[in-house]
Design a protein around this ligand. Structure first.
Ligand code: IMP
Ligand code: MG
Length: 194
């Protein structure tokens, strides 16, 4: 797998990759660092087109998984905007959703009357999004749009469909580019299955 993983981020040495994974095997690279960078640039342009120059835009990143995607994405949005974060948790150390979504940190930025872009790493069961969309809508934003790096297309009854999706994802458990398994692998520059 190491040669294959390096194809996902050719600038990583084999030793660097080994050091990052602690030697644990990844199954395969699903989205390379280059593919992600190209798509994030396009998404930034799409978002720029969507909002007028005077829109009061608040980019709300869902921690922790969106932290790398969000930081790359906002650098490609040519509009004035603010950034805040929201923390929800639905997974423990396992790889299946518990369905029980907890709101652990609420943004301090005002929501009312603003154009909210909720940035999510991956839409899986949709539980997190459904819970957050309801909580945010109750605060009377001017609009809420969802921007997801990955979408597994298995969510049923999603009340907020993502307007912008980086890539349609396989239903495998994925890690890297912010995504974790039990907090490991977030700092891989590509997305891999395990
Ligand atoms: P959902 O509520 O089931 O849609 O999933 C919400 C959260 O679960 C996402 O924001 C991710 O943080 C996490 N998650 C879902 N699928 C994966 C995966 O394949 N790898 C890592 N985390 C995932
Ligand atoms: Mg997560």
């Amino acid at each position: 797998m190491n040669d294959h993983a390096r194809a996902g981020a050719p600038y990583l040495t084999e030793a660097g990759l080994l050091a990052r994974t602690g030697g644990r095997e990844l199954k395969s690279v699903v989205f390379s660092a280059d593919a992600i960078a190209g798509r994030v640039r396009e998404m930034g342009a799409e978002i720029t087109q969507h909002y007028g120059p005077d829109a009061d835009v608040l980019v709300l990143g869902l921690l922790k998984g969106s932290f790398i995607f969000l930081s790359d994405l906002v650098r490609h949005i040519d509009r004035p905007l603010h950034v805040d974060f929201i923390v929800a948790s639905s997974y423990g150390a396992g790889t299946t959703t518990s369905g029980d979504v907890k709101l652990l940190y609420d943004p301090t930025a005002p929501i009312e009357g603003r154009h909210i872009i909720l940035v999510e790493d991956i839409v899986d069961s949709g539980n997190t999004i459904n819970r957050l969309a309801r909580a945010l809508e109750a605060r009377s934003p001017a609009s809420i749009e969802l921007c997801a790096m990955l979408h597994k297309h298995i969510a049923e009854g999603l009340i907020l469909e993502p307007r912008w999706v980086g890539f349609d994802a396989p239903t495998d458990f994925l890690v890297g580019y912010g995504l974790d398994h039990a907090e490991d692998f977030r700092h891989l520059p590509f997305v891999a299955s395990i």
